[in-house]
Design a protein around this ligand. Structure first.
Ligand code: NDP
Length: 317
């Protein structure tokens, strides 16, 4: 028999937004349950130094910031569980969640499952994340000061990252796998006109060099037209090939945009067919394709928690 419990609040995800929601709902005595998800700690847990989170003048390591938030949430009574959602029925009240063998009923649900950066998925790339491979120029750009670097992608994110990184890097090579660019003309023109940015089109990255040294030493790249391979001597590789919101479980149950981000009204209210879905809130990167910063994720986590609290109060809990 499955274990069935009823909670006031369940939070999906343990990144910045989920843990902020946990701190606020715990302090409101809602005894939130946080399902930590497939990537506990979210994107911050794979970052190194975070220098733009207010309150840490010398910066703080991403995993440490997450650990601090976890401690803060549990101190006020949040329960963190190393598990993830296996099924959900948002049409039931309370909402029904399936987690392994257990069924959890909850009066409010805060969806903070984030978005995952898209990677090339090369073994060498994965081995060097945090050691010269990054998916966040805003977080790690500073470490590329004075170095020659590569940015991968042909969309607006890649152009924006490349332009931003010219503040630090001595030279930026933008590698696009086709001849055409998905970026808007204005962004593409700006990047192309920049003297520090060089373009390599129709080119793929085959391997990131430096796995043994634990530091990026270059890229083995391939021209798709000629098949010719060469080594690009760079000491940083930034991915700008998009993000994947972790909202697949809600397809058909909530309104999503064309790329799968949860659409929200009034910041954190979810909808179905344009109508607000009572008691179900979304915060952080799963509903934010624009800012995607730790501090904005934390901010919307706070909003979701306050709205969940208000909802419960209005419904007599
Ligand atoms: P996009 O989906 O627009 O572009 C992704 C890019 O990455 C494409 O060039 C794509 O190539 C490439 N790519 C995807 N997978 C791979 C792979 N495995 N290997 C190599 N290349 C790959 O994502 P963005 O993040 O750039 O943009 C998302 C949205 O956010 C867009 O709507 C964009 O306009 C918006 N945005 C706006 C900004 C602004 O206005 N300042 C800044 C940043 C984003 P291919 O074309 O071959 O598939």
């Amino acid at each position: 028999m499955p274990d069935i419990t009823t909670r006031d609040t369940v939070i999906l995800g343990s990144g910045c937004s989920g843990l902020t929601a946990a701190i606020y709902t715990a302090r409101a005595n809602l005894n939130p349950l946080v399902l930590e998800g497939h990537e506990p700690g979210g994107q911050l847990s794979i970052t190194t130094l975070v220098e733009n989170f207010p309150g840490w003048p010398e910066g703080i390591q991403g995993p440490e910031l997450i650990e601090n938030m976890k401690q803060q949430a549990t101190r006020f009574g949040a329960e963190l569980r190393m598990s993830h959602l296996d099924g959900v029925d948002l049409s039931k009240h309370p909402i029904e969640l399936r987690v392994g063998k257990d069924i959890i009923h909850t009066r409010t649900l805060i969806i903070a499952s984030g978005a995952s950066a898209r990677w090339l998925n090369l073994p060498s790339e994965q081995a060097l994340i945090g050691h010269g491979v990054s998916s966040c120029a805003t977080c790690d750009g500073f470490f590329s000061s004075g170095k020659e670097i590569a940015v991968i992608g042909g969309g607006d994110s890649a152009m924006e990252e490349a332009l931003f990184l010219t503040r630090f890097a001595s030279k930026v090579t933008l590698i696009n796998r086709t001849e055409t660019f998905r970026a808007s003309k204005i962004m593409l023109d700006r990047a192309m006109a920049h003297p520090q940015i060089k373009f390599l089109s129709n080119t793929t990255v085959e391997e990131v060099l430096g796995v043994e040294e634990k530091d990026v030493k270059g890229l083995r790249i391939k021209n798709r037209a000629s098949g010719e391979e060469s080594i690009l001597p760079v000491s940083f590789m930034f991915l700008g090939i998009g993000h994947i919101p972790n909202a697949r479980a809600f397809k058909g149950m909530l309104d999503l945009d064309e790329d799968g981000y949860i659409l929200t009204q009034n910041n954190v209210y979810t909808t179905l067919n344009g109508k607000i879905l009572p008691g179900v809130f979304a915060c952080g990167d799963i509903q934010d394709r624009r800012y995607r910063q730790a501090i904005t994720a934390a901010g919307s986590g706070c909003m979701a928690a306050l709205e969940a609290e208000k909802y419960l109060e209005e419904h007599g809990h």
